[in-house]
Structures are given as structure tokens and as C-alpha cells.
Design a protein around this ligand. Structure first.
Ligand code: NAD
Ligand code: GLY
Length: 351
């Protein structure tokens, strides 16, 4: 098992990656009061393990899926925490994908102004991205992640055993954030391209989890609360991805990130931020996981969602994170009309 330390201003955090991480979490938690937050799908598969490892734990089982990442689930967690009589010294354990992790993290930040938080991510996306770095949130009034807090987990346990039960679609979804990291890191992007035939191989995915956590740890250490601008790089593909996700639903977060990176590579090229050759490199990475870009009817309607993106700081302007070159990014603002022109490329999709 590998340990990756993250030294942020608010709280040090450690991420453990590898076989046996779930058991290591149990050993760390010992006799502490534990409140597990999970979802129905994860509970169906891992409920018995939880009951065996944490026989005294309180368990809050939420309905699964992004559409439940809302205030009613958040308040259900908080109500059950109160009913269980948790204290500040209790441990909230988020066992699930990014939806569970984001909501349990926010509940841990709010309850008595902060309880202990442990993340045990069970999806590939949550292991490579959402469980690390302390962003927590719910969606509200059709705006993604608009209510949230930065709240670092004390420890994150990424156990590859959870990846074995993921449907192929959830692997592809995780590949969205892995490919994003590959574009940002450059060397990782090349590693992914050179091992394109191994992207469903669990041993290879395990090594990618560690690579992505290491990369994200270094970014979060330097810009925990996205104030210097560096952390914004992690939003590559996300302005468009979130705007589509809110308008169309159905697909998963990671799939929308892939489609967002595909579209935004054209913006980078069209606006002269990146060369055509580099943008084609980005698309070649995207195509490893998203072979066919689907068509989105009336896609220009998504401009209103993009205008509500948290990165925007001026009215009428859409801010996107563009990949300039391998390992280099630029935050770029363009008018909503110009953005709508680029978006229309998605009306017909691409085979
Ligand atoms: P998710 O949590 O909805 O999980 C996807 C599906 O997989 C769910 O149906 C879940 O029940 C199921 N599942 C989970 N673990 C499983 C397992 N081991 N075996 C079988 N099925 C399992 O989605 P996700 O893709 O993990 O996360 C997406 C969310 O993460 C979005 O809300 C996104 O905004 C958020 N996110 C947050 C950050 C952050 O920094 N906080 C970063 C990226 C994404
Ligand atoms: N996933 C974006 C971030 O953690 O900043």
C-alpha cells in the first residue's frame, strides 16, 4: 500500500492506495464512533463487509445517483447524525462514489462545525479525483456543486477491490478524470496513450489511481481553495461538461468531462491558445474513452448553465480552462455568443 501525504493549510491529509486499504481504514478507526454514509448500490454489494468490519457503526444509506445529490439527501444525513447523537469527535466515513463523498463531506463540515471525515472511495472516479482535495458540495436549483465547502478528509483509503464490481460504464466515467489528469500532466497522458490497450486492466488502473492522486495532491497543496488559480486546472473540460450534465442528465459526470474536453480543445485551437497538433493530441486521449461524441439537440441552450459556472467573475462571459500544451493550461474568458458558436459543434456530434 502506498501513502501519499497532502499538506494543506487547513489540515494534513493522507491517501492510502492499494490492496488492504479498506482493512487499514477499519484498523485506524478502531473503537471510535463511526457513522457510515453510503448509497443503496454500494450497500447491496458491500453491506455485509461493513457490518462485519464496523459492527457498531451507524449507517445512513442514500438513494444512488447524481439526481439525489441535493438538499434532501444532505439533510437526511444531518438528521441521522443528530439522531445517532454524534459528537465532534465522531468519524463520518463516506463509502461510495463521488456523489456520496461530496455529500458526506459537506455534512461532516457542517455538523457541529466539523466532525472527523474519512473517505473510502468505491468508484474509479472517486479514487482518482473526488475523494482527494476536500471539495464537498450538493447541487441546488439546477446549479452544479453550488452549495459546498472546502473540507479536507483526514484520510482517504483507495482500495482496488472496489473497482472489481464496477460496471464498464463507471470505469469509462473514471477514465474521464484520469484522461483530464493525463492532459494536465503530459507524461501521464503519454503513459495512457502508450498503454491504450490496458485501460480496462485492473492492475494498470491501480497504477493510474496512484499517479492521479500524486498529481492532485501537489496541486491541492499549492492552492487548496482555488485562490491562486492553479487548482482551476482541475476544471479542464468541466465548464462545458457541467453545463451539458445539468441540461441533459442521463450520462455520468466523467462522460460529460470527456465531451467537455473534446469541445474545449476546439476552443483552444480556434482562439489560438493551443496549436492544432496539441488539440488533436487532447482529442486522441479523449477518444480512448469516448469513441463517439454524441449529438446534443438545442445545445446552445446550455450557455445559460455555463454562465453560472463558479469560475466566471464577469457577467456575460464564459470562463473555460484550456490545455495550451502538455502540462500547461490557461484560464480563458470568451463572450457567451462566441461560446455558443463553439458549442454548436456538438449539435451533430462526431463519429
Ligand atoms: P456516483 O457516486 O453516482 O457513482 C456511480 C455509480 O456507481 C452509482 O450508481 C453508485 O451506486 C455505483 N457504485 C459506487 N461504487 C460502486 C462499486 N464499487 N461497485 C458497483 N457500483 C458502485 O458517481 P461518481 O462518478 O463516483 O462521482 C460523480 C460525482 O463526483 C459528481 O457529482 C461530481 O460532481 C463529483 N466530483 C467531485 C469532485 C470533487 O473534487 N469533490 C471531483 C470530481 C467529481
Ligand atoms: N475536481 C476539481 C477539484 O478538485 O478541484
Amino acid at each position: 500500500m502506498q501513502k501519499i501525504e497532502i499538506h494543506t493549510k487547513s489540515r494534513p491529509s493522507a491517501v492510502y492506495c492499494g490492496e488492504g486499504a479498506f482493512l487499514a481504514a477499519q484498523q485506524f478507526l478502531g473503537e471510535n464512533e463511526v457513522f457510515v454514509v453510503t448509497d443503496e448500490n454500494v450497500w447491496d454489494i458491500y453491506g455485509e463487509d461493513v457490518e462485519y468490519l464496523f459492527p457498531k457503526a451507524h449507517v445512513c444509506i442514500l438513494p444512488a445517483g447524481e439526481k439525489h445529490k441535493n438538499k434532501s439527501s444532505l439533510f437526511r444525513i444531518l438528521d441521522e447524525m443528530l439522531a445517532a447523537g454524534l459528537h465532534r469527535s465522531s468519524y463520518v466515513v463516506a463509502l461510495g462514489g463521488g456523489v456520496v463523498g461530496d455529500m458526506a463531506g459537506l455534512a461532516a463540515a457542517m455538523y457541529m462545525r466539523g466532525t472527523h471525515l474519512i473517505q473510502i472511495p468505491t468508484t474509479l472516479l472517486a479514487q482518482v479525483d473526488s475523494s482527494v482535495g476536500g471539495k464537498t458540495a450538493i447541487d441546488y436549483k439546477n446549479v452544479k456543486n453550488v452549495l459546498g465547502a472546502f473540507y479536507q478528509p483526514e484520510r482517504v483509503y483507495c482500495d482496488p477491490k472496489f473497482l472489481q464490481t464496477l460496471p464498464p460504464r463507471e470505469i469509462r466515467c473514471g477514465l474521464g478524470e484520469i484522461i483530464k489528469t493525463g492532459v494536465l500532466d503530459g507524461a501521464l497522458g503519454e503513459k495512457i496513450l502508450q498503454n491504450a490497450d490496458k485501460l480496462t486492466d485492473l492492475d494498470f488502473l491501480r497504477s493510474l489511481v496512484t499517479d492521479c492522486v500524486r498529481f492532485k495532491a501537489r496541486v491541492v497543496e499549492r492552492d487548496e481553495t482555488e485562490s491562486s488559480g492553479l487548482r482551476k486546472c482541475l476544471n479542464l473540460g468541466h465548464t462545458t461538461g457541467h453545463a451539458l450534465e445539468l441540461r441533459y442528465g442521463r450520462r455520468s459526470h466523467g462522460e460529460y468531462v470527456l465531451i467537455g474536453m473534446w469541445l474545449e480543445s476546439y476552443i483552444a485551437e480556434g482562439e489560438g491558445v493551443a496549436t492544432a497538433e496539441h488539440s488533436a493530441w487532447v482529442r486522441s486521449l479523449v477518444s480512448l474513452a469516448e469513441k463517439k461524441i454524441p449529438a446534443f439537440p438545442n445545445v446552445r441552450e446550455c450557455v445559460s448553465n455555463a454562465l453560472l459556472d463558479k469560475k466566471n467573475d464577469r457577467a456575460g462571459v464564459v470562463s473555460v480552462v484550456l490545455s495550451k500544451a502538455k502540462g500547461e493550461f490557461e484560464e480563458y474568458a470568451l463572450s457567451s455568443e462566441k461560446y455558443a458558436e463553439y458549442l454548436s459543434r456538438l449539435e451533430e456530434g462526431r463519429r
